[in-house]
Design a protein around this ligand. Structure first.
Ligand code: GLY
Length: 371
């Protein structure tokens, strides 16, 4: 069992990673928080694959769990389902000290966390993430929210969970594509400030699906990085912005592909990180050697590295730039990028000249996936 603490004074909480922890969830929750009323928010796929395990574990510990099951997919992260979840929580008579459990991937975690932040002005909630992306990123750090028709994650709140339980074996039921996409966020931590982790990933990352020590190391190292950054800068006034490496480019590509299955988040971020490296090179910060190294690693792990790999891709540099201006990271109309001096050397660059971005995007589009 690996336990990492997200250090936020009286709001500190543990991230527990262990194969099979889902079957112990009931006992762990009872030991730490006592007997409480519980509601579990999940989606149809997760409930079908893993719901019975969590239900049995909670019942064995003496809880009477109520499950609320949502349709899977990004469209669920919206106002109508937010209202549904809030009403379901109220109908289950959940009080402030009771518990709401988010049991699913990023959509369920973000929506449930947001509902938990507003019901009775804040109810305790637990994250049990079931996708690699949510295990290494979105379940930790307290960013919660839904999408607005005007953009992704534009409505939300910071609301930290009180416990995160990660069972790597639940990834066995996830599609290979979604595991790979989640892996992009793992590499992100290495690229931000951990060359040693990158070197380790180059040798060991292909053992991710063995669900052995390597998988645990991948998840816990990622969570440790996230915990450190969140403890330093919970509300993203500074260092937390580093976690947006590849996201200014990636979010624009997601927006232009309609947040659809054409390009899922981790894939967009993989392409975005290579663009961030190439943009850093153009601005004189990063060497081509490091870019080739990261690109080869992504190719080995089956991740896309260039916009030309996006099915039906036909948008222009101007459209990408326009989409960047819709992002939350725009401040006073100026673009902020996370650039890098090489693997492990990310830094925040504010007020980036849009003309340079446009020039870069036009050059980047002329490259092909394998150059
Ligand atoms: N996923 C980026 C963050 O939590 O800040």
């Amino acid at each position: 069992m690996h336990e990492i603490i997200v250090g936020l004074d009286e709001r500190s909480y543990p991230i527990i990673t262990k194969n099979g922890v889902l079957d112990e969830a009931g006992e762990i929750i009872k030991q730490r928080f006592g007997m409480r009323r519980l509601i579990i928010i999940t989606d149809e796929n997760v409930y079908k694959g893993q719901g019975e395990r969590l239900k049995l574990s909670l019942e064995k510990a003496g809880f009477s769990p109520v499950f609320y099951i949502l349709p899977p997919g990004e469209a669920t992260k919206s106002y109508p389902y937010f209202e549904e979840v809030v009403e379901a929580i109220l109908a289950a008579k959940i009080e402030r000290k009771d518990l709401i459990i988010a049991f699913g991937g990023g959509v369920v975690g973000d929506l449930t966390g947001f509902a938990a932040s507003v019901v009775r002005r804040g109810v305790n909630f637990i994250q049990i993430p079931t996708s690699l992306l949510s295990q290494v990123d979105s379940s930790v750090g307290g960013k919660t929210g839904i999408n607005s028709p005007k953009g992704k994650n534009l409505v939300g709140a910071f609301h930290q969970p009180i416990l995160v339980l990660i069972d790597p074996t639940v990834l066995k039921t996830l599609s290979d594509r979604h595991v790979k996409a989640g892996y992009a966020e793992v590499v992100k931590y290495a690229l931000i400030n951990d060359m040693t982790f990158f070197e380790w990933l180059e040798i060991n990352a292909d053992k991710l699906s063995s669900y052995g020590e390597e998988c645990a190391h991948i998840i816990t190292t990622s969570c440790q990085h996230k915990a450190d950054i969140v403890a330093e800068d919970e509300k993203e006034h500074g260092a937390r912005a580093l976690l947006n490496l590849g996201h200014t480019f990636g979010h624009a590509l997601e927006a232009l592909t309609g947040y659809s299955e054409t390009l899922i988040h981790g894939e967009a971020i993989a392409i975005g990180m290579i663009q961030a490296l190439n943009f850093s090179k153009k601005l004189g910060y990063c060497t081509g050697q490091d870019i080739i190294r990261v690109q080869s690693h992504f190719e080995k792990m089956g991740l896309p590295t260039h916009i030309s790999s996006i099915e039906g891709y036909e948008f222009t540099a101007e459209e990408i730039l326009e989409a960047m201006y819709q992002d939350k990271k725009v401040s006073d109309g100026a673009l902020t990028f996370i650039l890098t001096k090489g693997i492990g050397g990310a830094f925040i660059q504010k007020n980036v000249d849009p003309k340079l971005v446009l020039e870069f995007l036009n050059e980047d589009m002329k490259l092909s996936q394998t150059t």
